[in-house]
Design a protein around this ligand. Structure first.
Ligand SMILES: NC(=O)c1ccc[n+]([C@@H]2O[C@H](COP(=O)([O-])OP(=O)(O)OC[C@H]3O[C@@H](n4cnc5c(N)ncnc54)[C@H](O)[C@@H]3O)[C@@H](O)[C@H]2O)c1
Ligand SMILES: O=P(O)(O)OC[C@H](O)CO
Length: 333
């Protein structure tokens, strides 16, 4: 099978490495200098440290070459959400496309499948999501993902492309649920990072592990409410792209979104945090959109609201937590 992966950041490179074990895989990097460095060093040192690229993985900065490579195979977009629309518009209409981005488009509030429906209304489209730190996948550590689309052939291609010894790919037809899970968990990981950062401060009454467990559980309830209001199936949120990715991102220090929360709790401003991070943290750009879509759908999302208040500088991390704790009692379900 021929596979072209567009975007040579952490995740695009890691999945291209996995696919190249069994398929003719070409990784497209936007910058010629980055492609040259990948070819010369045979590793993606900026995003994946010293992990070696498999000898079979090919790399190019030539977009037409990558397009031609994918013309009878699988096209995979591995950019941040902000670049999905632009990349989709460059791909011929008849070609099925799978993307890896997790988020809502900041300008329009659209999920990936909504952007795809606008840009390429008649083409097969789908998403690959689930709990997956790129570094672990690049190192060949066991990981499970889920491919979602209403196009069965595209889901089968995604499974054939990536399912292997240490990478399991499940399938789903609930694209809305899978995308809402992947987007909202990033915002919730910022929240748990904030709480764990406040815990680290060690003051009397500072939050501990109980608070983190409460945030994850109530965060899952928020995510599910929004997803169901947007047309998802509730059981999807108990799966890899919901609970699975929420647990990973909210608790794993490899998460960039969690690290944003930790740094904000340590007193850094958002611009300082983002410049120190040096990588995309989608939750920062999706939080306001999640809030706005929830409001439009009449869904209450207090944790997301609190994260927005902190990101927009209206509340400090400790005040945001106090506000959440001060909410009126209510039934759990
Ligand atoms: N890193 C992970 O562990 C991981 C895992 C699962 C999903 N994701 C998701 O995958 C997406 C990409 O994340 P990442 O970790 O690879 O990000 P990254 O910051 O490591 O890399 C992003 C890459 O996209 C490229 N890019 C940015 N704008 C572009 C544009 N307009 N056109 C073409 N290329 C562009 C950058 O040059 C860079 O190579 C995000 O939505 C993220 O949430 C990441
Ligand atoms: O580093 P993060 O926070 O973008 O999370 C990476 C992946 O989405 C985890 O599944």
């Amino acid at each position: 099978m021929k596979i072209a992966v567009f975007g040579a950041g952490a995740w695009g490179t890691a999945l291209a490495m996995a696919a190249a074990q069994r398929h003719d895989t070409l990784l497209w990097a936007r910058d010629a200098s980055q492609a040259q460095a990948l070819l010369a060093e045979r590793r993606n040192s900026r995003y994946l440290g010293g992990v070696a690229l498999p000898p079979t993985l090919r790399v190019t900065a030539d977009f037409s070459q990558a397009q031609a490579h994918a013309c009878q195979g699988l096209t995979v977009i591995a950019t941040p959400m902000a670049a999905l629309r632009e990349q989709l518009a460059r791909i011929p209409d008849a070609r099925p496309v799978l993307w890896l981005c997790k988020g809502f488009e900041a300008r329009t509030g659209a999920l990936g499948h909504e952007v795809a429906r606008e840009v390429r209304p008649s083409a097969a489209a789908g998403v690959l999501s689930g709990p997956s730190f790129a570094l672990e996948v690049a190192r060949g550590q066991p990981t499970a993902l889920v491919a979602a689309s209403n196009d069965t052939a595209l889901v089968q291609s995604a499974v054939a492309a990536f399912h292997g010894d240490n990478l399991r790919v499940y399938s789903s037809t609930d694209t809305v649920g899978v995308e809402v899970g992947g987007a909202v968990k990033n915002v919730l990981a910022i929240a748990t990072g904030i709480v764990d950062g406040l815990a680290g401060a060690g003051r009397e009454g500072a939050p501990g592990l109980n608070a983190r467990a409460a945030l994850i559980t109530r965060g899952l309830a928020e995510m599910t409410r929004l997803g169901v209001a947007l047309g998802a199936r509730p059981d999807t949120f108990m799966g890899l792209s919901g609970l699975g990715d929420l647990v990973l991102t909210a608790t794993g220090d490899l998460s960039r979104n969690r690290r944003v929360g930790l740094m904000l709790a340590a007193g850094r401003t958002l611009p300082e945090t983002l410049s120190e991070l040096g990588h995309v943290a989608e939750g920062v750009y999706s939080a306001v959109t999640v809030r706005d879509r929830a409001r439009a759908a009449g869904v209450e999302m207090p944790i997301t609201d609190a994260v927005c208040e902190v990101l927009e500088g209206r509340l400090g991390p400790a005040d945001a937590l106090r506000l959440l704790m001060a909410r009126d009692p209510r039934p759990e379900a």
